[in-house]
Design a protein around this ligand. Structure first.
Ligand SMILES: C[S@@+](CC[C@H](N)C(=O)[O-])C[C@H]1O[C@@H](n2cnc3c(N)ncnc32)[C@H](O)[C@@H]1O
Length: 278
């Protein structure tokens, strides 16, 4: 589910930048693309090559993943009792000594392994997951050292990520906008206050905050991601069932109609379906 550009970036990071002062954590590891890229990179890292990657997923073979697998025409996966953990273990076998697997529902998670130097997040699939991941892992980021990769930053569905990064903007700065992908990597520079975690309420933000958050996100990314950010903004209103505002957002788009994975089209279709125009 990730692109060659993302794999390259994660590999290079693990070889050239990662210093070993904190853990590497991969949230939503699926069948291992992100984990393998990091493990390959680590092997070439002269100072921190012995580090293990903490790979998290609940490994549930759900309808969304089934449909994705079928659409990609992949060979039958190793799934046992609706768990794709066997497929993950099979694919990551050559790097198994570098990986600590956590079969875990990330809505109920605690981290007890000290500072985190690299946090790759590909599991903020709901406001609740964004909330629990933020509470469990962000306090362990190291100011001036850690990186946070938000793999779904340019995905249309996960609109709450924009609110989250907007609220935490005084602590993060963009370190990389990985081309042809959903990923934006942030560098963590200033420790978050405890107030930042008090009540994220990502599903019930005021409209003014949604508008400000997406203005901020649009300033952060390259032009090729901007139509996807517009799609995510429209989706923020679809999630609130404000379809008129969602339509206004896509109609006001001035960044062109070409979006990654045609997500702008997906959002327009959703608006048409919801308003009975299709
Ligand atoms: C888009 S996929 C990640 C792709 C992956 N990073 C890769 O390298 O291909 C999202 C993953 O999040 C996981 N996930 C979704 N909800 C979860 C939850 N509540 N707890 C743990 N994992 C979850 C899914 O099982 C899925 O593997």
């Amino acid at each position: 589910m990730i692109t060659e550009q993302e794999r390259d970036w994660f590999r290079s990071y693990a070889t050239d930048v990662y210093s070993g002062v904190g853990a590497i954590v991969d949230l939503g590891c699926f069948v291992g693309s992100t984990t393998i890229s990091l493990a390959q990179g680590l092997r070439a890292n002269r100072i921190a090559g012995a580090t293990k990657i903490h790979a998290y997923d609940h490994f549930v073979w759900d309808d969304f993943i089934k449909a994705w697998w079928k659409a990609k025409n992949l060979p039958p996966p190793d799934v046992v009792d609706d768990s794709f953990l066997p497929e993950f273990l099979h694919r990551t076998l050559p790097w198994k000594d570098q990986i600590i697997v956590h079969q875990q529902d990330l809505t109920h998670v605690q981290w007890q392994n000290g500072p985190i130097e690299f946090l790759l997040v590909d599991a903020m699939k709901s406001p609740e997951l964004a909330d629990s991941i933020t509470h469990a892992f962000f306090p362990y980021l190291i100011p001036g050292k850690s990186y946070l990769a938000q793999q779904d930053f340019a995905h249309f569905y996960t609109s709450w990520i924009h609110l989250l990064q907007f609220r935490l903007r005084d602590s993060f700065v963009v370190a990389a906008d990985i081309p042809k992908s959903g990923t934006v990597v942030f560098r963590y520079h200033t420790r978050l206050s405890s107030a930042a975690f008090s009540d994220l309420s990502l599903s019930s933000a005021p409209v003014e905050e949604i508008e400000a958050a997406f203005e901020y996100s649009l300033r952060l990314v390259s032009d090729d991601k901007k139509p996807n950010i517009v799609a995510a903004k429209a989706m923020a209103y679809i999630h609130r069932r404000d379809f008129d505002r969602a339509r206004e957002v896509v109609e006001a788009n001035r960044w062109g109609t070409t979006s990654l994975a045609q997500e702008l089209e997906t959002v327009k279709r959703l608006i048409r379906q919801q308003t009975g125009n299709e």
